[in-house]
Design a protein around this ligand. Structure first.
Ligand SMILES: C[S@@+](CC[C@H](N)C(=O)[O-])C[C@H]1O[C@@H](n2cnc3c(N)ncnc32)[C@H](O)[C@@H]1O
Length: 283
């Protein structure tokens, strides 16, 4: 263990409330080193001194660490809640022939999207899944999106997938794990900028995790208003663990605040003026 690095993580947790201690060390260290190189700083302890002196350094560091950071079953407790409480509710609210529409917004390299696909296939069975599920996987970053489309991961990237699910849903070819091609057909990958592009519609479950945190309050409000439009009245919104957005209360009610799952406030109850002004600001 690199003590100076752990000391830096402790400091970030205590002073900025961001807990990176659960992140995998090699990629986390690489990202912090990128930031250190940009500042010509050579040791973690010097960097810790630097960030103590200049708290504003937290923002570029955070962006370097988080920008495409993702993982299968990231925050397992929250995904467990989605599997046990939300997906069964969505299925129970529909007839066996009705489609299930899911949007993974800001999907990065696809781990979140395939986590969703696995949980839906587990709940529905593969045949029902293939007949009914449609997943939109969108991101503004075309490079990340290309990786998503491939559905091909190194063993270090699939550590979060429970072994039985890894065996069931991935084919191992040489050192790579390839997500089941048949199930992948239900996923539509497309470039989409949450701030500019028209939102998807009639969504049952909208997963947008660790994306809104990069937006300013105006962009967050606009995006949440669009998410409100995107979701069916019975739909669910699932945000990231560090996303406590006070403005969500204009559009959504918390269903499980700890796991960041929300239900839509019916359109007639939303402050109409707020909704209109947020939606109009997209032009
Ligand atoms: C930290 S990653 C989160 C990945 C995944 N949702 C997760 O929680 O594991 C943030 C992703 O948001 C994407 N993103 C940032 N701004 C965006 C925007 N305006 N529209 C769509 N995606 C955006 C980035 O390209 C990146 O892939």
């Amino acid at each position: 263990m690199e003590y100076a690095f752990e000391a830096l993580l402790d400091y970030l947790r205590q002073s900025h409330g961001f807990d990176f201690t659960t992140y995998k060390r090699p990629s986390l260290m690489r990202r912090v080193q990128n930031r250190m190189q940009a500042l010509s700083i050579e040791s973690y302890s010097d960097y810790l001194d630097y960030i103590k002196e200049d708290p504003e350094e937290f923002t570029p560091l955070f962006n370097t660490i988080e920008i495409n950071f993702t993982g299968f079953f990231r925050d397992p407790e929250a995904w467990n809640y989605i599997a046990k409480a939300i997906i069964p509710r969505i299925i129970a609210s529909k007839s066996e022939s009705e489609p299930i529409r899911v949007w993974s917004a800001g999907c990065a390299s696809g781990e979140e999207t395939y986590t969703l696909a696995i949980l839906l296939a587990e709940a529905l069975g593969v045949e029902q899944y293939k007949a009914r599920v449609q997943i939109y996987a969108t991101d503004v970053d075309t490079e990340a999106l290309n990786q998503s489309r491939q559905g091909s991961y190194l063993s270090s990237q699939v550590v979060g997938v429970p072994p039985t699910l890894l065996e069931r849903y991935f084919e191992q070819i040489a050192e790579r794990y390839i997500f089941d091609k048949d199930l992948r057909r239900s996923i539509i990958f497309c470039r989409h900028n949450l701030i500019q592009d028209a939102p998807m519609s009639k969504i049952d479950l909208l997963v947008c995790r660790n994306v809104l945190i990069y937006f300013n309050t105006e962009a967050q409000t606009k995006t949440l208003a669009r998410f409100h439009f995107s979701l069916k009245d019975s739909g669910f919104l699932f945000l990231g663990m560090s996303e406590m957005l006070p403005i969500y209360t204009n559009f959504f009610n918390p269903l499980n605040l700890r796991q960041r799952v929300f239900t839509k406030i019916p359109r007639s109850h939303v402050n109409q003026r707020l909704l209109n002004s947020a939606l109009l600001r997209r032009h």
